[in-house]
Design a protein around this ligand. Structure first.
Ligand SMILES: Cc1cc2nc3c(=O)[nH]c(=O)nc-3n(C[C@H](O)[C@H](O)[C@H](O)COP(=O)(O)O)c2cc1C
Length: 175
């Protein structure tokens, strides 16, 4: 069995995918895993929109100026949204859920990449969150944090080289 260490070492961002759908049983696992994410006060402000429709993936790929184009060729994109009236830590809750999806995808044999939506915009200045809210009928009191795009990897990337980890980022007892 792979350990969490192996998973963390293997997980790299994947932006090129095979033209192959993600089976329903894997999508069900992703749903269960993401719903087990921790959440401050168990407020669970997050909700998740699973998107496979090609036209919808295309819409996501153009929702911001840069960094989303590859989504059009993903097999599945999960839009991570939150009801911002439920808690003041929705950004943290959604970020953890996004990281769970990113790692779970790797564990389930998929590649994935985080697409930042919060604080990102189109060339016109319209926020990426607003674009997605309109396109996916997301209510006004919700915000979009991220999209986790995934699919079967076109190629395997090298795992992290443990000799190159920035150990100087780690402090002991004091800065
Ligand atoms: C908060 C956050 C936002 C990111 N936004 C994007 C994005 O919009 N588009 C993209 O292609 N990659 C995005 N990434 C992926 C990073 O570029 C990637 O994690 C980084 O280059 C390191 O590569 P690795 O994940 O393979 O180690 C994002 C990652 C994080 C954690």
């Amino acid at each position: 069995m792979e350990t969490f260490f192996d998973l963390a070492q293997k997980r790299r961002s994947t932006r090129t995918f095979l033209d192959k759908p993600v089976p329903q049983e894997i999508q069900e696992k992703l749903k269960q895993i993401v719903l087990m994410s921790p959440s401050g006060h168990r407020a669970n402000p997050w909700e998740f929109i699973f998107v496979e429709d090609k036209q919808s993936l295309e819409t996501i790929s153009t929702c911001k100026q840069a960094g989303a184009a590859f989504v059009k060729d993903a097999a599945l994109a999960v839009i991570v949204i939150a009801d911002t009236t439920k808690t003041d830590v929705w950004v943290e809750d959604c970020s953890i859920a996004s990281a769970y999806l990113h790692l779970a995808a790797e564990d389930l044999g998929l590649g994935s990449c985080w697409v930042q939506i919060r604080k990102r915009a189109k060339e016109s200045g319209e926020s990426a969150s607003e674009v997605l809210k309109k396109a996916f009928n997301i209510p006004e009191n919700y915000e979009v944090l991220s999209v986790i795009a995934m699919g079967y990897k076109q190629e395997e990337r090298k795992p992290f080289d443990l000799n190159r980890l920035q150990l100087d980022k780690i402090h002991k007892e004091t800065f």
